[in-house]
Design a binder for this molecule. Structure first.
Ligand SMILES: [Zn+2]
Length: 441
């Protein structure tokens, strides 16, 4: 068994790790035609003579190992590469030549990955879509650095993860180069291509709203306070984990927004200044700390992403309230606690099951768990606990066990109560009583 995540069968391979991806894409927008050269810097983790690389729907024409042609077999979603007899610690460079018309990968929760837009394309890969556009070890715990180069028609603006290091027009194409120098899980890698403009926001880190030409994303929209949000979350959760943040608004409507490392993608249907939209703007930004920098080792740990991002919505609501418009955290907690039923049979928050992992109760029970911890330890210790969590595990992966151990360290003399609290919220079905946190006005 080489698959690392029981919720994601057929993805990932524990026999190797990738330290860096160098992806060179040439893309024709109208034809949705991709030509790609992908280099994977591989290190062997378990003795083997063969490794599996994930790739869906694209054709492999050549594979090179340290510059020499390698034997491989592409079946379904796996490219099995003959690597010779290898022992842990062996390193080599794998290069793939890939082409085709990329499209999303079907799954239990719908499709994910590369998606054509009315004019352009986008990638939203959580949880299983990364193989739709590059050969990868599709395991969230196998984080790597990335260089993503995209060559396309000059009328399009390209966004990928990280810092834009170059954008050069040459004849009938423009080449955009982005570098992500912090460890990134494959599902958080993305490319966004469209006829976009950019708008800067004042904040302590570079913040950009990328939007279709002619669409107003400024004053009086859900994105007006994107910069202020970044600064508030830096205060609450610790330093922003990456070099910059971008909110990309595509010209199509999207059912849900999606997080990627260093950016989030929204549909144009989320621009109106309603709470339901603004809470999603806050939610996706929160994933930069909880999910992208500090990533669940396995999908069963998804509440470490979604519970925290949902709680952040309530914290933003509380911040708005102090400016005269919004509900307090306690009011939000009470509203969702009242609507929360017992955890479905066979599920717990710590292991909801693959089918339930994106169910609303995971988000709300996760947020209420954080509220209960806050009620037990008090505001000052609670936010110290969150900040030390994001600092100690920045760029790494974590489990629910790690979070429980972290909370017990911060519980001081309330260790027994913390233990009981975590057990009740994370491992049992019944909904514990509503935790009370006093509003500070
Ligand atoms: Zn989320």
């Amino acid at each position: 068994m080489t698959n690392p995540d029981p919720y994601l069968r057929g993805h990932g391979d524990t026999r190797y790790r990738v330290s860096h991806y160098d992806l060179k894409l040439t893309y024709k927008v109208a034809a949705n035609r991709l030509e790609e050269k992908a280099q994977l810097y591989v290190e062997i983790a378990e003795a083997t003579n063969r490794i599996d690389v994930d790739l869906h729907g694209l054709r492999v024409s050549k594979v090179f190992l340290d510059g020499r042609p390698a034997k491989y077999r592409h079946r379904g979603q796996r490219v099995s590469v003959d690597v010779g007899d290898r022992v842990p610690g062996n390193r080599f460079l794998l290069e793939f030549r890939v082409s085709g018309k990329p499209g999303p990968v079907p799954g239990v929760h719908g499709t994910a990955g590369w998606e054509e837009l009315t004019d352009g394309s986008m990638v939203g890969s959580q949880p299983h879509g990364a193989p739709s556009w590059f050969p990868c070890n599709d395991d969230a715990a196998d984080k790597a650095t990335y260089r993503i180069e995209v060559t396309t028609e000059p009328e399009y603006h390209v966004v990928a993860n990280g810092t834009l290091t170059d954008s050069t027009r040459s004849g009938a194409t423009t080449t955009w180069t982005y570098v992500m120098d912090r460890p990134m899980a494959p599902y958080l890698a993305t490319v966004q291509i469209g006829p976009y403009q950019t708008q800067r926001r004042r904040a302590s880190v570079p913040v950009e709203v990328v939007h279709p030409q002619g669409l107003d994303v400024g004053r009086g929209t859900a994105f007006e306070r994107q910069g202020e949000m970044v600064d508030l979350f830096c205060d609450l959760f610790g330093p922003y984990p990456f070099a910059e943040y971008r909110a990309v608004i595509v010209d199509d409507d999207l059912e849900i927004p999606l997080e990627a490392q260093g950016l989030s993608t929204f549909g144009r249907n989320l621009v109106e200044p309603e709470w339901e939209n603004e809470r999603l703007v806050a939610h996706e930004l929160a994933h930069q700390w909880f999910g992208n920098s500090v990533t669940g080792q396995q999908l069963k740990d998804i509440w470490l992403h979604e519970g925290f991002a949902c709680y952040t919505e309530w914290l933003w609501s509380d911040h708005r309230r102090k400016r005269g418009d919004g509900a307090s955290v306690q009011e939000r907690a009470a509203e969702h606690h009242a609507a929360l039923g017992p955890t479905p049979e066979g599920s717990t928050l710590a292991d909801p099951g693959m089918e339930a992992m994106f169910d609303d109760w995971v988000y709300k029970r996760g947020a209420l768990t954080l509220h209960a911890i806050r009620a037990l330890v008090g505001d000052s210790a609670f936010f110290d606990l969150l900040r030390s969590w994001t600092q100690e595990h920045a760029g790494a992966t974590v489990s629910t066990d790690d979070f429980e151990a972290h909370c017990l360290r911060w519980a001081g003399s309330a260790g027994d109560q913390m233990d009981a609290l975590l057990d009740a919220w994370l491992h049992r079905s019944e909904v514990p009583e509503l935790p009370e946190v006093s509003d500070r006005g």
